[in-house]
Design a protein around this ligand. Structure first.
Ligand code: THG
Length: 386
């Protein structure tokens, strides 16, 4: 077997103010996200997972770029871009807003921050939202200023995140409620701090808008975090799958609608008639979905992952195998000792209890169909092997 390919890093793949630190601290793998470097692994996926679930990690998620919409038509533009009704969202709130195009297809799924009545940030997943927003605003002659400010979110995640954040920003950081943000001071600089983050282990996100103050803060998080066993980390594939957090570009793409991706619960189809995607989404709901994103739980050992391409899921009734799905993400859960996968599955199979899945080792096994998030109730829970 050949050595792992490496990533050639040039200016097109942007760094964050923390990249050199994260590399020195042992990041062992990176991916590219919004044309930027995102660490994906430190010690190992599994070691990082257990640590995240027990302690606290600081994540360089500077790749979550902010697209700033400012001006009299800022909210009008955002309401056009998302099927979620944002008319009653107050300043200081974060909202998860799937963005969909005129065909109803997913363009991105950012967290939106309402900074002021005429100012929003879209904290984006991996696609060029700025270009899409500009095209819409220019075409519709909207009075709105659009740009990507230099803001690099730092996430502090894990059960001890709150204690560590209190050491830095004071006890009042605990007043910040889930999916809200407030300004907090560190060394004379005001940061936007939200209680949010791409894990279900609890924590905060600090929107660093100044590199110099940011690296000071970064270093202090590690100094003060020693007593909480802090480590550098990153969004963890195992944890986020167990928690049912979806990744745009992996679990769903511009070929899928938010209804197909199971994001229909975040909006009400009758509510926001201003959304660009609404006619297409209403039509799709009326006609029925052709495919759905579902979860697969597979009782197979570590290493026995489903095939990435054509896992060959077949109808139970006949013996002919044919591809009816695409695997989105997959990981082995060390806690439940099960293979987890997300799959965009043809609708006729979605109501079955299980499907047959081909694994990399050639075996074909039964996989339980579940809705996302997975339901692990009744399964034994394992501890980390030391
Ligand atoms: N934080 C910030 N920006 C981001 C992400 C983030 N941009 C990219 C990506 N992550 C966007 N995708 C998601 C998906 C899910 C959630 C957040 C961002 C999330 N969902 C919760 C849930 O599903 O339970 C809460 C949703 C809600 O209550 O509205 O947290 O992580 N800054």
């Amino acid at each position: 077997m050949s050595a792992k390919p490496f990533l050639a890093i040039s200016n097109r793949i942007r760094s964050t103010p923390f990249t050199s630190r994260v590399m020195n601290m042992g990041a062992s793998a990176f991916t590219v996200y919004n044309h930027m470097l995102l660490p994906t692994e430190f010690e190992s996926l599994e070691a990082d997972y257990w640590h995240l679930c027990e302690h606290v990690q600081v994540w360089d998620v500077g790749v979550e770029r902010q697209v700033s919409l400012k001006g009299p038509d800022a909210q009008k533009l955002l309401q056009w871009m998302t099927p979620r009704d944002i008319s009653n969202v107050q300043v200081g709130r974060c909202v998860y807003v799937p963005l969909a195009d005129e065909k109803g297809c997913l363009v991105n799924d950012p967290v939106a921050l309402k900074l002021a009545e005429d100012h929003w940030w879209l904290s984006i997943a991996d696609s060029d939202v700025l270009l899409w927003a500009k095209g819409l605003a220019v075409g519709a002659n909207f009075d709105v200023e659009l740009h990507e400010p230099n803001v690099w979110p730092l996430a502090v995640q894990g059960p001890k995140a709150e204690q560590l954040m209190q050491r830095i920003f004071g006890e009042s950081v605990s007043d910040i409620k889930f999916f809200r943000f407030e300004h907090r001071e560190y060394q004379g600089h005001l940061f936007i701090v939200a209680r949010s983050g791409w894990s279900k282990q609890g924590g905060f996100e600090i929107y660093v808008d100044n590199a110099e103050h940011g690296v000071q803060l970064f270093d202090e998080l590690f100094d003060r975090g020693a007593e909480f066993n802090v480590r550098p980390g990153c969004p963890n594939l195992i944890e986020r799958l167990e928690s049912g957090l979806l990744s745009y570009g992996n679990d769903m793409t511009i070929n899928d609608t938010p209804l197909e991706a199971g994001l229909g619960s975040f909006f009400n189809l009758s509510e926001n008639t201003k959304a660009l995607s609404m006619p297409a989404l209403l039509k799709q709901q009326e006609q029925g979905l052709r495919k759905k994103l579902i979860g697969l739980l597979i009782d197979a050992p570590e290493g026995a992952t489903p095939l990435a391409e054509n896992p060959v899921v077949s109808a139970e009734s006949d013996n002919k195998y044919f591809p009816i799905s695409v695997v989105g993400s997959q990981a082995w859960s060390p806690r439940y000792r099960m293979q987890m996968a997300t799959v965009m599955l043809d609708a006729p199979f979605c109501n079955q209890a299980s499907v047959e899945v081909q694994l990399v080792d050639g075996r074909t096994v039964d996989a339980k169909i579940q809705s996302i998030p997975f339901d692990f109730t009744g399964l034994p829970q394992y501890q980390p092997m030391s």
